[in-house]
Design a protein around this ligand. Structure first.
Ligand code: GLU
Length: 419
């Protein structure tokens, strides 16, 4: 019974990772209590009108986990599986993610329990505007700055920004990031998460003596993160031997033509019917013999059910929370290295920070400037995580949490706790 309860809580799993690092940092109990509770959780109803005229009600969430280093920051997820527990875990991870790459943000996350694939453009717009209107008092460039996540897009950010700006009667592009370029989005933002993941993956492969030329890469998820990472791996000379999306997995021992797969997915809105590889199951994909496995879909994909059969040298967590703590321990025992989510997928929020900074300055950057600074932030902080892992003889995940917790606690200590 206990086991089952623990398995369903994403936040519970997230806390387990935190506790391992907190133990090694000798974090005092009061600080530990404070950091394992969200600052603020908001739940509200989102009434909206279907195209048919029918009135429907969805549930919306925003969790502002921690503000020690700056405004809350994190995406908005539209997915049928969204719950308060999941959004809280995601906001918790954002706190450590922003800290581990040293951004002046706290952590937040939002979501709506809905299936965007079944909603028309008009329905999505109405849901988004009502979602934004409900949050007018608590978001803003110096309060909480949402962004895209699973199931949300630059267009959805544009509606959010427009609704907020209407309510406060001024133009506020910095209230969200991941916007279209036309209204203050940043060049390079769409590609940033996948780009960042492949940058740290290639750096770690060099360290482990894995030659990128011909390295066997498997990618789960072909959305914003997986498809861009696949392209970057292919550009570096790697052989991407399998990809997947909700419609299934597609594999080729000789390497898939990624440009072709990207074009196919763009045209058909999924990989359904893609003939560039053999169709295999998602379970089989996760167990393929490879150098690098990139889970870039949803939580808990790597768990006790498959961890013993995962056959990769390096796991690069493009998704948030793709590995359960039990599976993580199995990987460590088996000598499989993991670049944890809070580092591997921090490229997106890093360029979100650049977007926010560009909005505040009213001065857009060139794409080359964005990409150069993204590489600096990712590689500098990843080197710090690697050094700490070596120094303390701990896995990269524990080191990443230690560095992040240290930074958040330093801010909290100097500010003092208003208690
Ligand atoms: N949703 C992305 C993440 O999980 C980006 C968040 C942001 O840019 O604020 O990191």
């Amino acid at each position: 019974m206990m086991q089952a309860a623990r398995e369903v809580s994403v936040f519970g799993d997230a806390i387990a990772y935190f506790n391992e690092a907190a133990e090694l940092l000798d974090l005092e109990p009061g600080m530990r209590r404070l950091l394992t509770k969200p600052s603020r959780q908001i739940i509200f109803s989102i009434p909206f009108q279907r195209d048919s005229g029918e009135l429907e009600v969805f549930t919306g969430y925003r969790v502002q986990y921690n503000f020690a280093r700056g405004p809350a920051k994190g995406g908005i997820r539209y997915h049928p599986g969204v719950t308060l527990d999941e959004v809280t875990a995601l906001a918790f991870w954002m706190t450590w993610k922003c800290a581990v790459v040293d951004l002046p943000f706290g952590g937040g996350k939002g979501g709506v329990t809905c299936d965007p694939l079944t909603l028309s453009k008009g329905e999505l717009e109405r849901i988004t505007r009502r979602y934004a209107a409900e949050l007018v008092e608590v978001v803003g460039p110096d309060k909480d700055v949402p962004a895209p996540d699973v199931g949300t897009t630059p267009q959805i950010m544009a509606w959010f920004m427009d609704t907020y700006s209407m309510h406060v009667r001024q133009h506020v592009p910095g209230v969200v990031t991941g916007k279209p370029l036309e209204i203050g989005g940043s060049r390079g933002r769409v590609e940033a998460t996948g780009r960042g993941a492949s940058l740290v993956a290639l750096a770690q492969m060099r360290r482990m003596g894995i030659d990128p030329k011909g390295a066997r890469i498997v990618i789960q998820g072909f959305g914003n993160v997986g498809s861009v990472a696949a392209q970057m791996f292919a550009d570096a000379g790697c052989k991407v031997i399998a990809i997947s999306d909700v419609t299934g997995a597609y594999a080729s021992e000789t390497g898939l033509d990624i440009a072709n797969a990207v074009a196919y997915a763009q045209e058909h809105h999924s990989l359904d019917g893609f003939r560039g590889g053999d169709k295999i199951t998602n379970d089989a994909l996760l167990e393929l013999d490879c150098d690098v496995l990139v889970p870039a879909a949803l939580e808990k994909q790597l768990n006790v059910g498959n961890a013993a059969r995962v056959n990769a040298k390096l796991i690069v967590e493009g998704a948030n929370g793709p590995t359960t703590p039990d599976a993580d321990h199995i990987f460590t025992q088996r000598g499989i290295t993991t670049i944890p989510d809070i580092v591997a997928n921090a490229g997106g929020v890093t360029v979100s920070y650049f977007e926010w900074a560009q909005n505040r300055a009213g001065y857009p950057w060139k794409e080359s400037e964005v990409n150069e600074r993204l590489a600096d932030v990712m590689l500098d902080n990843f080197a710090k995580v690697s050094d700490l892992a070596q120094l303390r003889n701990v896995p990269l995940r524990t080191a990443a949490y230690m560095l992040a917790i240290d930074r958040v606690v330093a801010s909290m200590n100097v500010r003092g706790v208003y208690a």
